[in-house]
Design a binder for this molecule. Structure first.
Ligand code: NCD
Length: 310
């Protein structure tokens, strides 16, 4: 990451870059346990969040991370901005850039937008989710959580289950997990898999019951109905019957296996309500780790090699 100013794809980091982020995250997790979790590392820097798509945890997580580093934060709310008056993305970026910001955290429903923003802006650009394409900081916090709970990612068997086709989380996760030496199996009905899996370093199965007892991690995805342009499933109930992590299915997991979900969860669809609250479901830990991972990313992009704590 030291060689680049942006974080657009998790593939740009490679195994060494991911390791660098995870190691630095350890320091921020340690800082977060102090009475005062704030450090002055990015004092005087400004981080803008530019979210053209709904978000709860990713936006709050980036803003919390920036504040814990003493950076100033600005939130650009599309629904109350001049975007509603027809301002183009390019003009919006140039306007933000002219204010002298240091980082733009961008989420957009179209794949590739963060690359475009990086071309138009002189600030560091962080991809907080572009369409069906990538969500690099989610993959990093997931790697961190797996490492924390299972001691490492290498050699682990990870099943990513559900709406793979529309999921940027699945794509970035698969790239990061395999870069660190995990085996990934994608589990979904054919209609929820991408039309071509050429170049995807993963096995594929349509049979969740056969895969579950063999894995260390079950990573569940939400059915992203807002991205489905056609009927891909008979019904949510039938999806749950074959692919939902019910209590009975969870009982077939190996000892020590963990259950993950990027949120937002649809309890009762891809995950049974009570399974989500079991100790082996690490979903709230993912959220907690997300802040420290994003601190590490902001620090690496903007910290100019200075110390974390003065
Ligand atoms: C995901 C997203 O928006 O890509 N959530 C997240 O960022 N934690 C997944 C989703 O929307 O289902």
């Amino acid at each position: 990451m030291t060689a680049t100013r942006n974080l657009l794809s998790v593939a740009d980091l490679g195994a060494d870059g991911i390791d660098e982020v995870l190691k630095l995250t350890d320091s921020f997790v340690e800082v977060s346990q102090r009475d005062i979790a704030r450090v002055p590392a990015l004092r005087g820097k400004t981080v803008v969040s530019l979210f053209y798509e709904d978000s709860t945890r990713t936006r709050l997580s980036f803003e919390t991370a920036a504040r814990r580093l003493s950076a100033d934060t600005m939130t650009f709310s599309v629904s109350t901005s001049s975007v509603k008056k027809g301002e183009s993305l390019k003009d919006t970026i140039q306007t933000i850039d002219a204010m002298g910001v240091d980082a733009i955290v961008v989420r957009h429903r179209c794949s590739g937008v963060p690359w475009q923003v990086a071309r138009w802006s002189t600030s560091a650009v962080i991809n907080a989710g572009d369409g069906w394409h990538e969500h690099p900081t989610q993959a990093l916090l997931d790697c961190y959580t797996i490492r924390q709970r299972l001691g490492g990612v290498a050699g682990k068997h990870i099943a990513i289950v559900g709406d793979i086709k529309h999921s940027r989380v699945a794509r970035s996760g698969m790239i990061a997990f395999t870069a660190l030496g995990a085996d990934v199996t994608l589990v979904a009905p054919h209609t929820l898999l991408p039309p071509s899996l050429d170049g995807w370093p993963a096995a594929v199965s349509t049979d969740l019951d056969a895969v579950l007892p063999k894995v260390d991690v079950v990573y569940l995805l939400r059915l992203q109905n807002e991205r489905m342009t056609e009927a891909l499933l008979p019904s949510a109930r039938e999806y749950t019957a074959r692919y939902g992590l019910t209590r009975a299915r969870a009982a077939t997991l190996a000892e020590g296996a963990i259950v993950m979900h990027p949120g937002p969860m649809n309890r009762g669809v891809e995950i049974a309500a009570e399974v989500a609250d079991e100790p082996y479901a690490v979903i709230t830990q993912q959220v907690a780790n997300g802040v420290a991972v994003r601190q590490a990313v902001l620090f690496l992009l903007l910290g100019a090699g200075g110390p974390i704590a003065a």
